[in-house]
Design a protein around this ligand. Sequence first.
Ligand SMILES: Nc1ncnc2c1ncn2[C@@H]1O[C@H](COP(=O)(O)OP(=O)(O)O)[C@@H](O)[C@H]1O
Ligand SMILES: [Mg+2]
Length: 330
Amino acid sequence: MNAQKNLIDVRGVSKTFTVKSGTFFRKAAASTKAVNNVSLTIRKGEILGCVGGSGSGKSTLGRMIMRLIEPDDGAILFDGTDLRTLSPEAMRQYRKRLQIVFQDPLQSLNPRRTVAENIARPLMNFGTSPAVANRRVDELLELVGLDPRQSYRYPHEYSGGQCQRIAIARALALEPEFLFLDEPVSALDVSIQAQILNLLSELQKKLDLTFLFVSHDLKIVKQFCDRTVVMYRGCMLETGTSEEVYRDPKHPFTRDFLGTVLHVRKDSRWEQAAERAEDLESATRQSEAGCIYAGTCADRFQRCREAAPALTEIEGARHVACHLYSQPKQ
Ligand SMILES: Nc1ncnc2c1ncn2[C@@H]1O[C@H](COP(=O)(O)OP(=O)(O)O)[C@@H](O)[C@H]1O
Ligand SMILES: [Mg+2]
């Protein structure tokens, strides 16, 4: 297999959500640009990390790749195919190749079904006989380090980490090539996090999987992912190998974000930055063209208010959307 081949190719994808609120007569519509003109590729066999704070558009991006949300603009190719061009039946077959693991395993597990029934469900949906499905359930449970003899139990009888193992087994049932891991360890204790990351890493190698791994923790992404993209309010601000982005963050946002992860009192510092962003947001909004981080950025200068910096290659695989690197200071 060609290791350089792109399994996922995201081209200029955007998504805006409009939420109506207020009374029947006075409905106000607020729109959020959840993802703003994002382009990225994920090579076959690669683990791409996606980091950013809450609401930065990570889940929306992943869900668009999964075709759970339709993008407003742009195109997403899976293994060279634009899935929009497929017939419903061809799309149904394609769906097997892409699976998702959520932060909360109970989002994919039905608490009223046994573990075996939960894992067998996707197989049965695709016409696997009960006998074959049962054998496959045993294999899958062994694969994720759980005892198949306990598969008659219900999810609530398992710990959080074990439930995540079950959710991973379920996601692997149809032998997918790509997993969207949406904060799969964020709800777990640190020691359990390491066990689940080890399991995912083993499975990735053993089954030659490709991952999009979402996290708000740059440290975890550095350990687990080959490359990283950094998101802020729907925009991709920086990308590079995970090692480089962590060791030598280029974008002022990434530096601030890394600071919040590494330093004590991280929450308050992050909240302060978020508050400053809110205060200055209106000013930035006046010139919609400006950099999305200009309101908060300590390094901003005139141009940052006037024009959005494009994601520009600065060295090797490093790309940064920041005027500090793309334009001469004014
Ligand atoms: N279905 C939806 N309807 C309305 N707004 C949404 C919806 N999904 C996400 N959003 C908004 O889009 C933004 C990005 O959300 P999300 O992709 O979930 O971010 P993240 O996963 O990085 O926390 C947020 O402001 C969120 O409130
Ligand atoms: Mg999310």
